[in-house]
Each structure stands twice: as C-alpha cells, then as structure tokens.
Design a binder for this molecule. Sequence first.
Ligand code: PMP
Length: 394
Amino acid sequence: MFDRLQDQPADKILALMQAFKADPREDKIDLGVGVYRNAEGVTPVMRAVKEAERRLVETQETKAYTGLAGDPAFADAMIGLILGETVARDRIAAIATPGGTGACRQGFELARLANPDATVWCSDPTWPNHLSILKFMGMPTRTYRYFDEATALVDFDGMIADLEGVASGDIVLLHGCCHNPTGANLTDEQVGRVIAILTERGAVPMIDLAYQGFGDGLEADAAATRAIASAMPECLIAASCSKNFGVYRERTGLLMAISADASDTPTTQGNLNFLNRQTYSFPPDHGARVVTMILTDPDLRADWEAELEEVRSSMLDLRDQLAGELARLTNSDRYAFIARHRGMFSRLGLPSEVVERIRADHGVYMVGDSRMNIAGLNSETVPKLAQAIVAAEK
Ligand code: PMP
C-alpha cells in the first residue's frame, strides 16, 4: 500500500536549513528558521525554565494522566497572562495542546464541528502552516490582503475591502502580535476597525498568538487579543509558549474558545476535550507544568519577565542597527520599516532573485519571500547583511 503514496511538498524553511548546513562558507548567516538565538547564536534554556524544571524533578510525585484538557492550573495561568481580567472566566473553555500548532489545528477542528461550511480567512501572507493544515483538513479558505510590498507595512485599505466579503459564521484568522512572516502589525485604531467589520459581518475571530512578549512587551502584545476577545461575542485564541518561554520542543500551547454566553461553556469545553481525545488523548504536560510554575511563582515570574525583556530589547536593537546601517548605505529611508516592524521577522519585500543573489554571493540565508529572522543577526553580522542587501539590489 505504501507504494501508492505520493511525495509531499517539502517544507521550504526546513529545506533552507539543510542548504545552510551544507554551505561550507564560514561567514554564512542563517536568517531562516523561526527560533530565537542570542548574540552567540545559541537558543538558550531560559533561567526560570531551568529552575522550574529542577524543582519539578525534585517534587513531582506522579506522572499519572492529567485531564483531557490538561492541567486546569495551566489554562488559568495562561488565560491570566493573555487576557488578564478582560473576559469573564466562565465564558472561556480551554485545552492544553502540543504547541501553538496543535492549538491552531484544534481551533480549526472546533470551528468545523460547529459550522462545517465555515470559510477560514487568512492574511496574505500568513504562516504557511495555517494554509497547509487547512488544505489538509479540506476546509474552505480565502485570503485577505495584508501586506503592501511597496511600503513593507500593512495594506489596511486592501484588508478592509477584502474583509467586507466575509460571510456570517466565517472564521477570520488574525495574528495577535508580531505578524509572521511580515513583521507588520495593525495599530490599535486599525484593530478597532477590524472588530467593527467582524461584528457587522457576524464573523468569528481566531487569534494566533505565538510571540507575546517579543514585540512591544507582554501587556502591549496582548492588547489586540484583549480588545477583540472582549468586544466580540465569540472568539478562538491559539497560544504558543514555544517562543516566549523558549520551550519549543516541549510542545506547549493552549486553545481557548470563548462562548457568547457562560451557559454554552460546558458544551464548548466538552467538545474541546472530545477533540483532544480523538487525536492524542492527554496533551503533553511537562512544558505546561513548567510554564504554570513560572507564571504562579512571583520570583520565577519576575526572572522570566526580565529575561524575556532582554530578548525583546536585543531584537529591537538589531532592528535599529540594521535600519540605521541601510539608511547610511542607501542614503534613504527605504528600509526604515525594519525598525517599525515587530517580532522576530521582517519581510523585506525583495524579489526572489535578489534573495537568491544574497544567498549565492554572500551566504546569507533568508526565506525566499524575503522574510528574515532578526534574531539570526548580531552586531557583527548586521553591517555584513546591510552590505549584502545593497550589493544584491544593484
Ligand atoms: N503560529 C505562528 C504564527 C508561528 O509562527 C508559530 C511558530 N512558528 C506557531 C503558530 C506555532 O508554534 P509551535 O507549534 O512551535 O508552538
């Protein structure tokens, strides 16, 4: 039977990683895969994570199953981190999931269970996995304009015009902050206009929040999510702890489904538990427990917040350095958007031939759509990248 299988399309970013590994040049620069790296190029285990794991090893007395939704304390701690007090707890159903990817998948599954005809609207572009999972599931998808190639900022008029076509009951997928792959984000005012359109159209927002704390800070990065979740009757939120806790391989995420009325929450929760049961039964616990310990212990939390702040400000410094270097070399403000973008990525808006030349001539690996991972840089490689961009553009 397996001889009937067809090859699946290779993941472009993983293929780029392979090409990077195979490149013998010593001064090559990897700006591909979306993992935070410090100035030494290392993805460290965060201090608070190490300490929580140490305590866990010492004190954990059982590894018996948790519940189908995972540990309720994890959901409570994450809901606090993401929503604060903005939505009544009794309207929120939640399950722990394997990472933010698992949360997205279960969110799509729940939407489909509730409304098999729902179309999922994604930004153009979006994280490629959104579209690939939706396609695999056979769910109808549409895209809305999001990125203006000329300015490298949000094409808000295009976005609004496309969202006018959303039907009642459709799902509109939004990035909570630090849009991947572009780095371009909505202003508070623009979020308000999106809320007005979704309300008018009767659409359900689904927010993918994978980078809280990587943009403007933990609170600011949650602001759009809070505004949307508190204004809309229903909302899905898929959160990932991979980046902000640096627990990528532990597969730690949470899906929240907010019902219009608290009386619907038990059924929503039952459906979420059912979905976990059908896929992997109990979600992974280790990363979730570590995150819960950090969020609920004042000392661990303070240390985590401080380290996350260092991570965030180091990426902002790199953005400023790169934008400054490009301003100097081009004698223009063409690349000023790099300092305005937020999160780990920026899409530079370069044609694929230029991206290819930068790779061939300078050993700088960014994704073919000209998305670069800011955290792949350090103060020594910033000037090299700036020179490579300017040289390849000619
Ligand atoms: N959403 C977005 C937009 C992402 O960039 C990522 C990570 N690349 C995820 C979700 C999911 O991450 P994970 O499954 O590793 O938690």
